[in-house]
Design a protein around this ligand. Structure first.
Ligand code: ACO
Length: 324
């Protein structure tokens, strides 16, 4: 039927940064962060924990579950906005680390929606070439792009990576459909500038730095509306009743966005997987990390209908249905 997830894996940095630790860095409190975001801790990379290294370990764990070796991988796609280098891609570093000698490799950037956009792309690749084995990874070290003096943003983000191995199967499971959107007009509400250009003519008059800039309230409003719309459109188009969804894994942005989305959709809380309290917002890595945890915890049973949805900088957003 389509592109099937054959294995999942994830990798988080060792260092845990709690809200109490943040109280020592900026004027904030554990209580404020928990009630506004639901986040209690997040992981922050230390030496040797660049995005490609987290991605490599997540990829190895996914391959192990799938029973696929590095030599069998044909394509590596990494969704990221925080690789340690602009060139080569994070995916090329992963290819080198894994020894995936026959794979070609590249990155995609759709911010927090990167994994979802990648899932759609891999589904189409596999429908065109059914023999391929593809490693799709979301990997981020947003700690490199966080203004640690800005309490509005530094409390939100964390580092980590999640991965899936995908292949085509003639079975009634796999990616059913997806529904993707972008609106570049709204770019400035959530953005991150590149490093100052070597060509002074291309620099903004005052370079704002390379950390994440965000209009939190605007992002909140758009995120809820956009994800709700993407999910409802997709369900209507595919003639899927919300009651038949086994589990929803949304992008783990923050608990208030998720609570609002879930109550507007009318999904029971037990059908929604949430781990934002442990890892904060890990951007493109959040869905595959959650997927790995959900699958290893037995939250997904064969034939379950999985709903994923995301929203991020661009703006980019969407939803997908996967028969497990
Ligand atoms: N600790 C204590 N006080 C704080 C903190 C903090 N960490 N951050 C902001 N405040 C203060 C503000 O300065 C403000 O004080 P003031 O009234 O004296 O000016 C007050 O708290 C209220 O600030 P708001 O920005 O209005 O707070 P809000 O209730 O909107 O919550 C938040 C802020 C959590 C960022 C919210 O807007 C939000 O969740 N937005 C979505 C952002 C998001 O999830 N971004 C992730 C990227 S996009 C994605 O992944 C979907």
């Amino acid at each position: 039927m389509g592109a099937v997830i054959l294995g999942t894996g994830s990798c988080l940095p060792d260092r845990v940064l709690s809200n109490h630790d943040l109280e020592k860095i900026v004027e904030t409190s554990d209580e404020w962060i928990r009630t506004r975001t639901g986040i209690k801790t997040r992981r922050i990379s230390g030496k040797g924990e660049e995005a490609y290294r987290l991605a490599t370990v997540a990829g190895q764990r996914a391959m192990e579950m799938a029973g696929v070796t590095a030599e069998e991988i044909d394509l590596i796609v990494v969704a990221t906005i925080s690789s340690h280098m602009l060139m080569p891609s994070c995916a090329c570093f992963v290819q080198k680390e894994l020894g995936a000698v026959k794979a070609f490799a590249f990155d995609i950037n759709a911010a927090c929606s990167g994994f979802l956009f990648g899932l759609d792309m891999v589904d189409k690749y596999l429908r065109a070439d059914r023999e391929k084995k593809i490693l799709l990874i979301g990997a981020e070290t947003l700690s490199s792009h966080t203004d640690w003096e800005d309490r509005n943003t530094c409390i939100l983000f964390g580092d980590g990576a999640g991965a899936v191995v995908m292949g085509y199967r003639d079975e009634a499971r796999g990616v059913v459909a997806s529904n993707l959107f972008s609106d570049g007009n709204l770019w400035s509400l959530l953005c991150m500038h590149a490093a100052p250009s070597c060509n002074p003519d291309l620099n903004p008059p005052q370079h704002p730095g390379t950390h994440i800039l965000m209009e939190g309230r605007e992002v909140f409003k758009y995120a809820v509306k956009a994800m709700e719309g993407a999910v409802l459109d997709l369900l209507a188009r595919e003639k899927v009743d919300l009651d038949t969804i086994g589990l929803m894994i949304p992008h783990q942005a923050n608990i208030r966005i998720l609570n609002k989305l879930v109550s507007r959709l009318g999904l029971p809380a037990e059908k929604v997987f949430i781990n934002v309290q442990k890892y904060g917002n890990t951007s493109a890595a959040s869905i595959p990390i959650a997927l790995d945890e959900a699958s290893r915890e037995g939250r997904l049973k064969p034939d379950d209908l999985l709903l994923v949805c995301s929203f991020g900088g661009g703006f980019t957003w969407g939803a997908a249905l996967v028969r497990w």
